[in-house]
Design a protein around this ligand. Structure first.
Ligand code: CAA
Length: 379
């Protein structure tokens, strides 16, 4: 067992930290406040190879391991968790899925540009009536000659507005439960595909989230990913990896909360001394640091298991549920340490608390992660 990062992983960490400090930091509070999508910054992330990190180089990606991806996700999310989720969806939910399950045709036509970051992807599984119960969907697709005709509504789609391509799950056979679900790649430009208004969100406000509408969209049958009926397993196995990405996003938020808390508590004086000299503050910092370190180890453990081809879904769930709860606790304590200054948006620390909350909800709620973990224990 070796807890040291490789020289390549150290380089990724440094590159991501430099990029986040130099390119993401300055406008992050303003982008969040005014819901400005970070177009220039995402283009720069693409130039660094951050949009398709785990995709083979032959398909336009960076050919890196999952730990490198987690490291970059942490550094980006530490400064701007909205940029983190944009990156995470493209990497873990779109590129990973196409790299693993896409045909040569799909990879050539779509994966290369997505992995390079020339195009952006979204992943749409949830519907208004089916969130945790993901297989209970209504969106359907029927084969008509060389095309599927796709109709329905998806919601909570990160990158829904800004994406070029959407991964869409739909029923191709009704009445057989999850075995009737298939997976498609749908181009935004296809007739009948439209998007709803951007959701007004508590956090990650400079990433976009919306509904997607499909009204008799003609999808070429070559855009079916895998075979008919494979869709639900493709979705769940892809989400296993996605959850490692979101855990890393949560880790970045928690780390930011710790660093801001250390800096502020050393600088802020009350009763004639820095508040960091009080054990009441020191214990908060110690708890944050301890829980953050434990989150990081769980995340790397899940990432390593994934790269080594071992079962990792339940470890990914542990990493996500733990890191997201740590992010929530750390960011709440960070606001507490900052007092009134933490509650206004000038210091930017209230953003951490707002951003942390979604990591307990998307890509499977904390309750669903516990279901996955318990099923593994009891099988
Ligand atoms: N990988 C591959 N296959 C899997 C799997 C996995 N991780 N987990 C289960 N399966 C298989 C099962 O073996 C089963 O196959 P068989 O019938 O052949 O045996 C099949 O899938 C169905 O499994 P279950 O009966 O366990 O399915 P379920 O309906 O009980 O659901 C669940 C299980 C864990 C609750 C699942 O529905 C789930 O994870 N729900 C949460 C969905 C979610 O995370 N949504 C987030 C959407 S993405 C998002 O957030 C938007 C964004 O833009 C960021």
């Amino acid at each position: 067992m070796n807890f040291n990062l490789t020289s390549e992983q150290k380089l990724i960490k440094q590159t991501a930290a430099d990029f986040s400090r130099d390119e993401l930091k300055e406008g992050a509070v303003n982008r969040d406040k005014n819901k400005i999508w970070p177009k220039e910054q995402v283009a720069k992330m693409a130039n660094l190879g951050f949009m398709g990190m785990m995709v083979d180089e032959s398909w336009g990606g960076s050919g890196l391991d999952t730990i490198s991806y987690c490291i970059a996700m942490e550094e980006v999310s530490k400064v701007d968790a909205s940029a983190g989720v944009i990156m995470s969806v493209n990497n873990s939910l779109v590129c990973y899925l196409l790299n693993k399950y896409g045909s040569e045709h799909i990879k050539t036509k779509y994966l290369i540009s997505l992995a390079k970051g020339d195009k952006l992807g979204s992943f749409s599984l949830s519907e208004p009536q089916s969130g945790s119960d993901a297989s209970n969907m209504k969106t359907y697709a029927t084969l008509d000659g060389d095309n599927y005709i796709l109709s329905g509504t998806k919601n909570w789609v990160t990158n829904g507005i800004s994406c070029d391509y959407a991964i869409v799950f739909a029923l191709t056979e009704k009445g057989v439960g999850h075995k009737g679900i298939s997976c498609f790649l749908v181009e935004k430009s296809f007739d009948g595909f439209s998007t709803g208004k951007p959701e007004e969100k508590l956090g990650i406000r400079s990433s976009d989230t919306c509904e997607l509408y499909f009204d008799g969209v003609k999808v070429p049958k070559e855009n079916l990913i895998g075979s008919e009926g494979d869709g639900f397993k493709i979705a769940l196995s892809t989400l296993d990896g996605g959850r490692i990405g979101i855990a890393s996003q949560a880790l970045g938020i928690a780390q930011a909360a710790l660093e801001a808390s250390i800096d502020y508590s050393k600088e802020r004086e009350q009763f004639g001394k820095p508040i960091s000299s009080n054990q009441g503050i020191q214990f908060k910092l110690a708890d944050m640091a301890m829980e953050i370190e434990a989150s990081r180890l769980l995340i790397y453990k899940a990432a390593l298991a994934k790269d080594e081809g071992r079962d990792y879904g339940h470890i990914a769930s542990m990493a996500k549920v733990y890191a997201s709860e740590v992010a929530m606790r750390a960011s709440t304590q960070c606001v507490q340490i900052h007092g009134g200054y933490g509650y206004v948006n000038e210091t930017g620390v209230e953003r951490l608390m707002r951003d942390a909350k979604i990591t307990q909800i998307y890509e499977g709620t904390s309750e669903i992660q516990r279901v996955v973990i318990a099923r593994e224990l009891l099988k």
